[in-house]
Ligand binder design. Sequence first.
Ligand SMILES: [Zn+2]
Length: 340
Amino acid sequence: MTNLGSLSRQGKSLATVIAASGSFLIGMLLPMEIWTNQQTTTKATTVKTATNTKQINQSVNNKDTPLEVIKISSVVAKKINNTKQKLRELELKTFNFSVPKRFQSQTVKNVTLNSKQKVISLTFDDGPWNKTTEQILDILKKHNIRATFFVVGQHLNVRQEIGKKIVEEGHVIANHTWNHPSKSSKMSSDRIKSEIGRTADLIYKITGRTTNLFRPPGGVLVNGLADYAKERKHTVVLWSADSVDWYYRSAQQITKKVLNRASNGGIVLLHDGGGPRGHVVEALPNIIAGLKKQGYEFVTIPELLTIKDRELHQEELAQKREIKKQETNAQENKEPANKE
Ligand SMILES: [Zn+2]
């Protein structure tokens, strides 16, 4: 409960900062949309802002422009950049980890998207792990990609600094139990609570984040872990593109598996820990290049669910409008004809 309270407080203070930043930007005549909890919106915002900054620079590059105006414009451009940076940091801190309500207590293995924008989510399980997790973080950083890491509590406990780094570099950290039990037999309720609760507490202690994303080890849904996670309003996240990196040790083979199984709204399963994962590190640049070639952009799980949520919201609005239209037509048809 403390975690939820803190998250809510964070949200409130965030809203205040965003409102203040919003006033500033509006004051600067920037048609920015402040609500940036979706990557697509963030991108659009960046483009708009860049265009405006460019326009300011172009307009003051005229030889006749007084020195004062040039100075002011450079200060304004600097402030815009600072504000953009602050908003980005705040977005990473909070929005990154929230899941739309309709996906709470649901099991998701992918989402089907109508949009032409192709997105896919890379997920890494069983870490943090020595060497490989940080190598993967470096590759993701190089390509400016954010992913979702389903960590195992006992691994996080002995590699807390790596866990911190995952979050500091903008990735989402999520729960994959403490001991990684993947048997189908029903577990005791105490064990279930401890597997999920202990890991959640450690994630919070190390990163200050609460997570409501849970991935059951081995994708097993019948041993009680997934049910308990759903009771706690977690989204149970499976996958649609298994790299089979736990079986195949060849970078080439796992790259092929991912590229063949990729789909719009898909979730890719990879492993950064739980055993030797050098082949995953080796494959990752090729997986990224191959997916980019297929036109994919990379999003975290919360971002993926938010994109789908917005699509569904638009569809619901359209349906409501249609029903209202039909009701109005029916009403008009019912009205008695004018007496002559
Ligand atoms: Zn696992």
